[in-house]
Design a protein around this ligand. Structure first.
Ligand code: GAR
Length: 197
């Protein structure tokens, strides 16, 4: 069975990207990362990718006043590198229907909340401000809405009485690093059933 080709979109520190790289290197995920694309030139995620010998591309949003032109550039890079499954790993840019249609049902995202609660930015802060006692992490398929696509995997995280955004985010991040590679492996299993060549 041949490995699935991944393209990972990032904007920042890239700890989820690192978890995926590690899972592949440890033999827990049958995939190859063909390409990492960032919308931030100085994203540490790019450094992590380079260290792992993965091709990186910075696509500057300022070069593309129209969002669809920006996304067309991403799609052509992903296609040129034979990417089959797109992984959003802290990619902080809303995708339009153009991009979602180009990779329909083949874009995954991780979100630091138990969706449909607390979509959008600052999910951990939203959870603390609301006063929930349990929050968590969601991996879902990306559709045209904001954090609304079909859920693939979720894991709960207790909110502790003294939690700050930082302490809660740190605990949640460890869970993110566990479930993102697991969820990707699950989707890959559906894309290439065992026995496929
Ligand atoms: C992660 O906590 C991820 O869940 C979140 O950004 C962080 C990226 O960290 N994503 C979102 O909030 C998407 N709405 P990383 O760059 O270290 O992987």
């Amino acid at each position: 069975m041949s490995d699935i080709s991944l393209g990972v979109l990032v904007s920042g520190r890239g700890s989820n990207l690192q978890a995926i790289i590690d899972a592949i290197n440890d033999g827990n995920l049958n995939a190859n990362i063909m390409l990492v694309i960032s919308n931030q030139e100085n994203a540490y995620a790019l450094e992590r990718a380079r260290k792992a010998g993965i091709k990186t591309i910075f696509i500057n949003p300022q070069d593309y006043p129209l969002q669809q032109d920006y996304e067309q550039q991403m799609v052509s890079q992903l296609e040129a590198n034979n990417v089959e499954l797109v992984i959003l790993a802290g990619f902080m840019r809303i995708l339009t229907p153009y991009f979602v249609n180009a990779y329909q049902n083949r874009i995954l995202n991780i979100h630091p909340a138990l969706l449909p609660s607390f979509p959008g930015l600052h999910a951990q802060k939203q959870a603390l401000e609301y006063g929930v006692m349990v929050t968590g992490v969601t991996v879902h398929v990306v559709d045209e809405g904001m954090d609304t696509g079909p859920i693939i995997m979720q894991r709960a995280v207790d909110v502790l009485p003294d939690d700050t955004v930082d302490s809660l985010s740190e605990r949640m991040l460890k869970i993110e690093h566990q479930i993102y590679p697991e969820a990707i492996a699950q989707i890959i299993g559906h894309m290439r059933p065992v026995g496929d060549l």
